[in-house]
Design a binder for this molecule. Structure first.
Ligand code: 13P
Ligand code: 13P
Ligand code: MG
Ligand code: MG
Length: 381
């Protein structure tokens, strides 16, 4: 049997410099130190990066997805980084480590996680996307474009290996249920679901003809898991490209026209998703707008060759400009919808408690009308 490689991207926010802006260099170094120790033991290779205040551990190995050793390693890296964050009194030190200790899998414990296992192709281009100030549903629209929209992905028309389309695994975030829909046949049903960013998140995409894994998103809803809001689910995603998958440029094209995503400022606002370089992933205007970076790698027997910082390209300058224009426009709405998220989607907030406190002061409008009328009559008499 051909040997399978696993690519695991596990992320967490364990402290910001300053506020929620970026992860301190020393936190990245603490993580690198832990991962470096694991190379040749359990890891083949790794790359540590950040997007805003989130640290992203990109790891390759042969242990498969949901592996306890790999998840434990990531947890250990984040714990070490948390120690540094506490020493430096960084903001929100240990924010995403919700559990006291590691119990086998980071899922449900705070960090986000996207993993895929496959037989490495003769040439294996992959793109790792890391975001800040948004949530996993930010990938719904671009994944649709990449794998189902021929106006974005010319290969859907020109490459016979893609003509059978793709299958989308969609999660119901609240019910913890999943459905699989196939494009192009079920395009409209798929859009009926994933156009609703309140409830549905794309988790995985497979190529229909052979079920080969094509994309995966970290779709854990941290705020729902914790019961009360503690951190945000700033997501990561992995997409495989070329040779029977969309080309690298087709994958990136889905980010050339920015779209609105939830998660800006206190996780309470809609804002544009701005594609940026690693260097520019430092969201500071109104804690945003939301950022996405795209790191391109070639795998070579599991070694991560790269990264190529793909959104650094000047051809994304216009997308950035457009995102900033969209930001100016929607910021004018302040605390009004549609800038403000619906209550159920709001994260860092005590709005539910504030509304609860006003509950007793609401009076029945009919009763008020009656009292008014009585008063008027009394005045007349
Ligand atoms: P090359 O001919 O440079 O390999 O490019 C093919 C391709 O996929 C371009 O989108
Ligand atoms: P993070 O989830 O990135 O920590 O940001 C919190 C936030 O919403 C800051 O405005
Ligand atoms: Mg933070
Ligand atoms: Mg963050």
């Amino acid at each position: 049997m051909e040997e399978r490689i696993t690519l695991s991207v596990i992320k967490a926010d364990v402290g910001g410099l300053c506020g929620h802006t970026i992860a301190h260099e020393e936190l990245l170094e603490a993580c690198e130190f832990v991962l470096d120790d694991a190379v040749d033991e359990i890891l083949i290779d790794y790359y540590v990066t950040r997007c805003g205040d989130d640290i992203d551990l990109i790891m390759t190995h042969k242990l498969g997805i949901d592996n306890e050793k790999i998840h434990g390693l990531a947890w250990k890296a984040f714990e070490e980084a948390t120690e540094v964050a506490k020493e430096l009194k960084l903001y929100g030190a240990g924010q995403d480590l919700l559990a006291e200790g590691f119990t086998g899998n980071v899922k449900g414990m705070g960090p986000g996680c996207a993993e895929m296992e496959f037989v490495e192709r003769p040439s294996e281009p992959i793109i790792v996307f890391c975001c800040d100030k948004t949530d996993p549903t930010a990938f719904n629209l671009p994944l649709y474009k990449i794998f189902a929209d021929p106006f974005n992905t010319a290969g859907l028309v020109y490459d016979k290996s893609m003509k059978d389309g793709f299958k989308f695994d969609v999660l119901d975030i609240y019910e913890d249920k999943q459905i699989t829909l196939k494009t192009p046949e079920e395009t409209y049903s798929l859009l009926a679901l994933i156009g609703n960013l309140e409830k549905y998140a794309v988790k995985r995409v497979h190529r229909a003809k052979d079920d080969e894994i094509a994309a995966v998103v970290s779709s854990e809803k941290l705020n729902l898991m914790a019961g009360e809001y503690v951190g945000k689910d700033d997501p990561v995603a992995i997409v495989r490209a070329q040779s029977g998958m969309p080309a690298v440029g087709e994958v990136l094209e889905a980010f050339a026209t920015p779209h609105f995503v939830p998660g800006w400022m206190r996780g309470c606002h809609w804002g544009p998703l701005m594609p940026v370089s690693e260097e520019d992933a430092r969201p500071s205007r109104f804690d945003g707008p939301a950022r996405v970076i795209a790191l391109g790698f070639q795998l070579s027997d599991g070694k991560l060759i790269g990264p190529n910082d793909l959104f650094e390209d000047i051809s994304f300058n216009r997308a950035r400009e457009q995102a900033l224009k969209m930001a100016d426009m929607i910021r004018k709405m302040g605390p009004f919808q549609p800038h403000r998220l619906p209550e159920a989607m709001m994260e860092y907030t005590s709005v539910p408690q504030i509304l609860e406190g006003l509950k007793d002061r609401f009076e029945d409008t009919e009763k008020i009308e009656k009292i008014e009328k009585l008063r008027e009559r009394g005045d007349m008499e």
